[in-house]
Design a protein around this ligand. Structure first.
Ligand SMILES: [Zn+2]
Ligand SMILES: [Zn+2]
Length: 373
């Protein structure tokens, strides 16, 4: 043990307590918030992550702590089945180990840990995540279709990872192959990442819509979430899953149904059925009063989501002292002044969400009924 003088120790302790309190205040600031929509709870999930049990740089417990810091509801540690670069240093014959360690760490928290694995093959087969599996070891096989057949036997939800990854598709566009077509036809492939790490590919969204695949957004994190995202002032990509309740079974059911929206900061991508009510619920109308001696309605909008939301006015009414395109930052309020030409008891506010996509180049239009006070 090293001998330390009391003075140095005091300085050291006060220094660490400053650091600790800074980190602590930080912590609540990183919590992701998205409202529930009618009939569903909105689960914030990151279902594609790595640890030292494949080619990641951290122990599984760190992934749990990172998820708690960002207020996620569910994560999956999807280690590469066939790529294990740390195996000499960390020998582990059991491919379920990362899941078990995360489960143990999460047991006192309200965080769902989903068992999963990344089936890792060269193009044209590519990478796919199998979730809700009962035993990852059984997915290890020589023949490329075997892991998919085994995953299906285990009741897995399977999605195609980073289909636009330039290392497997130099054009940066997804190429749907005969292999994937067969998996879709056989009911062995159910979803597709439209956002992976920093990349959103609208070509992948087009495939999701064409083949009715569940829209996914994931971080595919290998290093630290803090270094890659939070430190830069933004969040990791996530998938919002609209489930009947917060449980593994309900989440699985929702993923099979395609009840998702992929989110990466101010970018939101999903089927209109879910994205439209999500955006509608994300904006709260705090007040609506007419300006004194004028037919101009002053409306206070509050963005209760963690995404900065960009809107364009699509009403016939125009704005007073407001541009037609405006952003409401996450958690902030915004005053609109609407020229209604005569006093009305209620109006329909109609805005197009420019940062949101229901199809390539298609933005949803959201309506709110505003009752004048
Ligand atoms: Zn991959
Ligand atoms: Zn991966």
């Amino acid at each position: 043990m090293m001998k330390v003088s009391p003075l140095i120790l005091t300085i050291f302790l006060s220094f660490t307590s400053i650091i600790w309190s800074q980190n602590h205040s930080h912590e609540t600031g990183h919590a992701l918030m998205y409202p529930n929509i009618d009939g569903y709870v909105t689960l914030k999930t990151d279902l594609h992550q790595h640890t030292v049990f494949s080619d990641g740089d951290v122990w599984p417990t760190i992934r749990v702590l990172e998820a708690l810091r960002e207020n996620l509801d569910a994560i999956s540690l999807t280690e590469h089945l066939e790529y294990q670069p740390h195996q000499e240093d960390i020998p582990h014959p059991d491919r379920n180990r990362a899941y078990q360690l995360a489960l143990e760490e999460a047991k006192d928290h309200d965080l769902l840990i989903i068992p999963g694995s990344e089936i890792t093959r060269e193009a044209p087969i590519g990478h796919s995540n199998a979730l809700f599996i009962s035993d990852a070891n059984i997915l290890l096989a020589e023949k490329p279709e075997t892991p998919f057949i085994e995953a299906k036997k285990q009741g897995a939800f399977v999605f195609w990872n980073h289909p636009a990854w330039y290392r497997q598709s130099p054009s940066g566009n997804p190429i749907l192959t005969q292999f994937q077509m067969e998996r879709i036809t056989n009911g062995e492939l159910h979803g597709i990442e439209v956002i992976n790490e920093y990349d959103y590919a609208e070509e992948s969204l087009a495939l999701a819509l064409k083949y009715n695949l569940t829209i996914m957004g994931t971080s595919d994190i290998h290093g630290l979430i803090d270094w890659q995202y939070l430190e830069k002032g933004f969040h990791r990509p996530i998938t919002l899953v609209f489930a009947k309740e917060k449980s593994v079974a309900s989440m699985r059911e929702a993923l099979f149904k395609g009840s998702t929206v992929a989110v990466y900061n101010k970018l939101l991508v999903g089927k209109s059925e879910f994205l439209t009510p999500l955006l509608k619920a994300s904006i709260q109308i705090n007040k609506a009063v007419y300006m004194e001696n004028a037919d101009i309605l002053e409306v206070e909008l509050e963005n209760i989501s963690s995404s900065d939301l960009l809107f364009e006015n699509t009403m016939n009414f125009t704005f007073y002292s407001n541009p037609p395109v405006f952003e409401i930052p996450a958690g902030k309020t915004h005053i609109l002044r609407i020229k209604t030409l005569q006093k009305a008891e209620n109006i329909i506010l109609k805005l197009k969400a420019l940062g949101a996509y229901t199809a390539p180049k298609v933005h949803p239009e959201i309506s709110w009924t505003i009752t004048v006070e």
